[in-house]
Write a protein that binds this ligand. Structure first.
Ligand code: KIV
Length: 260
């Protein structure tokens, strides 16, 4: 069995040029599956809001919902580093809130780290969490909790000024003690520059091939997502179609008296 992945494993992987594999999970069986497949980081993403709970975006997701799903994922987790997203308004209003909510995800949920969206504006929050032994993953570029401000799911860091700001934000997060940084929907050359300029691993999603690792939403990878998926998504299976076929066969067989 593979040894348990920790934040130091990830640092070593970056140093040795070994790519980091991260996927989301929202329940115990999926968590078990990802562990069996040797995934390095399992993320209980607040994408659970749109992927599983039927919300339009991640904004309505609560700490209680993240706790519920983290507990389930934690029961299936054996070797991967388990990270949970801090949902909208669980860390933005005060450092005290951030400590209480992150502490709950670790203590009650069984998570081993948290992810927060944003740059320099959360440097003190990251520092405060690391001080109470909560490993923090940063998230720059397209940050879905800011979707109303950004005005749509589009590539970030396209102007020289925005790119420079993102490089500085990455350095600030590193300086504050973040153990890794997700780069979402960022031009490939900017993701490469950030990856070279920080010592902590970068994990890309729609950010090209130069990051230290890659992450996808599990339902996108498995072809379970209804409707359109971002252009960077590669579908490795088509489970929605397969499931639909299976359910229709069951319906037909019951209706025609062929099952049981
Ligand atoms: O919520 C999520 O699933 C995420 C990943 C896409 C990085 O933040």
């Amino acid at each position: 069995m593979n040894p348990h992945v920790t934040v130091s494993t990830l640092r070593e992987m970056k140093k040795n040029g070994k790519k980091i594999v991260m996927l989301t999970a929202y329940d115990a069986p999926t968590s078990k599956l990802l562990n069996e497949a040797g995934v390095d980081i399992v993320l209980v993403g607040d994408s659970v809001g749109n992927v599983k709970l039927g919300y339009n975006n991640t904004i309505p997701v609560t700490v209680e919902e993240m706790l519920h799903h983290t507990r389930a994922v934690s029961r299936g987790n054996t070797n991967a580093l388990l990270v949970t997203d801090m949902p909208y308004l669980s860390y933005q209003l005060s450092i005290e809130d951030a400590k209480v909510n992150a502490g709950r995800l670790i203590k009650e949920g069984g998570s081993q780290g948290v992810k927060i969206e944003g740059g320099r504006e959360f440097a003190n929050t990251v520092k405060a969490l690391v001080e109470i032994n909560v490993p923090v993953m940063g998230h720059l570029g397209l940050t879905p909790q800011a979707i109303h401000k950004i005005g749509g799911y589009k590539v970030q860091g396209k102007t020289a000024q925005d790119a420079e700001r993102m490089v500085t934000d990455a350095k600030v997060l590193e300086g504050a003690g973040a153990f890794a940084i997700v780069l979402e929907c960022v031009p490939s050359d900017l993701a490469q520059e950030i990856t070279q300029k920080v010592s902590v691993p970068t994990i890309g999603i729609g950010a090209g091939p130069h990051c230290d690792g890659q992450v996808l939403v599990i339902d996108d990878l498995l072809g379970l997502t209804d409707g359109q998926v971002p252009s960077f998504v590669k579908r490795y299976a088509n489970l929605k179609e397969e499931s639909l076929k299976a359910v229709k066969r069951f319906r037909n067989e019951v209706q025609n008296g062929r099952y049981p």
